[in-house]
Design a protein around this ligand. Structure first.
Ligand SMILES: Cc1cc2nc3c(=O)[nH]c(=O)nc-3n(C[C@H](O)[C@H](O)[C@H](O)COP(=O)(O)OP(=O)(O)OC[C@H]3O[C@@H](n4cnc5c(N)ncnc54)[C@H](O)[C@@H]3O)c2cc1C
Length: 402
């Protein structure tokens, strides 16, 4: 089924309140959302969207496909201290599809918990985004930090991320939440949002971009349980463009500004910062608790993502596999697209989205619950690339819109 004929499915989805379309979904875990009225197209002060250059999407421009496993816990991430013999472990893991967004915030909480420990020497286990942000938050509080990790950027799962400001994406199941978790989440999201704003516009690969979601009818008003988790000031304005106001092959499109990260640039820069502030990075796999006990540090911050399933026997932790297919870079593309949910999504949970990055045009994406394979899902890859070829080949070129 093609991009345009899928519009009806998308519409049904929007009407029933799916939030994956807006990039803020709880994945397969979202609860019921109230019905709501469609939003009218915006009038007055709305920029037209006629100067968008179509992506040159074709199979000949595919450069590679990446696969990552989101570390998902139905009851949400864990940030808490634990005593293990003479060691203090502060856990900071299980961020699902929101780790790139939340890591500065959960790292803040973890570092504050670490302050209760007498020593100012800390081991951080893990060198993905969570470990790197926790290490920086510890350094800011005067800790001497050593990171121990099996893999470091560019070979962590964090490098396989898209990545956007999407703190509620596949981060918790509606039924798994507690008021205490909600409070931690809101605090972490607010801290992280502020920090990322400060780093944006510098050389951390963080920037803002417009995302367009073509659709066949105006969207419903945004009322959903995932968004309710976020303070209102973390919302951005949603413009609704009507027929003639945009170049997409459906009558309507929404537009919203998003913060995005370039994982390769961002993680590399964080790693350099850790070293710049006196930190050390040691490549080491910790296979069992006895390896933790053998570390010289008595304070350990656990940021091992999915690794905590074995290392700390957390059986609630499961992977949510995600894959991206990259086309050769196209620097003139300065917007994103989203929406377009495949009716044949099935097990792979395909939802179409495009993000331009300096390492290529990233096409997504998938969400396969409890799937451990790091091999690309070929059927999903086909759907994602073919869906985008159809979208961009039917987009009106800028010179034909005036
Ligand atoms: C396709 C895709 C798209 C995504 N999009 C977004 C997005 O738009 N926005 C967003 O916020 N998030 C997004 N995410 C989610 C985000 O990438 C994750 O939440 C985040 O990367 C988790 O980071 P982490 O540091 O906890 O885990 P990881 O990156 O997996 O890092 C874990 C670290 O621990 C180490 N480790 C593990 N076990 C051991 C051990 N036993 N001994 C030593 N070291 C160990 C690893 O080597 C690694 O260094 C996406 C993920 C995917 C896959």
């Amino acid at each position: 089924m093609g991009y345009i004929t899928r519009a009806m499915d998308r519409r049904t989805l929007l009407r029933t309140g799916s939030i994956a379309v807006a990039g803020l979904g709880l994945g397969g875990c979202a609860g019921k959302t109230p019905q709501s009225e469609p939003v009218r197209p915006s009038t007055g002060g709305v920029r037209p969207a006629l100067d968008l250059v179509p992506v040159n999407a074709s199979w000949g421009r595919v450069i590679h496909t990446t696969v990552g496993l989101r570390p998902y816990r139905a009851s949400g991430f864990i940030v808490k201290p634990e005593k293990l013999d003479h060691k203090t472990i502060v856990h900071d893991y299980g961020h699902g599809g929101g780790g790139m967004s939340l890591a500065w915030g959960t790292g803040y909480l973890a570092a504050d918990m670490a302050l209760a420990h007498g020593s100012r020497r800390a081991a951080v286990i893990g060198c993905g985004v969570t470990g790197l942000c926790a290490a920086r938050q510890l350094q800011r509080r005067g800790f001497d930090v050593t990171i121990y990790a099996k893999a470091i950027p560019p070979h962590t799962m964090s490098n396989m991320s898209l990545a956007h400001w999407s703190p509620v994406s596949r981060v918790v199941a509606v039924t798994g939440r507690t008021p205490q978790w909600d409070e931690q989440f809101r605090f972490a999201a607010a801290i992280a949002y502020r920090e990322l704003q400060l780093l944006g516009g510098r050389d951390y690969g963080i920037s803002w971009i417009d995302r367009y979601v073509p659709m066949d009818a105006p969207p419903p008003e945004r009322v959903d349980s995932a968004r309710a988790l976020l303070p209102a000031y973390l919302e951005t304005r949603l413009d609704v463009l009507g027929p003639g106001q945009h170049p997409f092959p459906l009558p309507y499109a929404t537009r919203e500004s998003h913060m995005k990260f370039e994982p390769a640039i961002y993680l590399d820069r964080l790693m350099r910062d850790v070293i710049l502030f006196g930190g050390r990075i040691v490549i080491r796999e910790l296979e069992a608790r006895r390896d933790l006990m053998a570390l010289p540090e008595t304070l350990i911050v656990n940021c091992t993502g999915l690794g905590s399933r074995d290392l700390f026997d957390d059986q609630e932790l499961i992977p949510f596999k995600g894959q991206l297919t990259l086309l050769a870079p196209q620097p003139e593309v300065n917007y994103e697209t989203g929406g377009g949910l495949s009716s044949t999504s099935g097990h792979a949970g395909v939802s179409l989205h495009m993000t331009p990055r300096s390492d290529g045009i990233a096409l997504g994406g998938t969400g396969e619950r409890d799937e451990w394979s790091l091999e690309p899902n070929e059927e999903a890859r086909q759907q994602v690339v073919d869906g985008h070829i159809e979208l961009f080949s039917s987009m009106r070129a800028p010179w034909r819109t005036t």
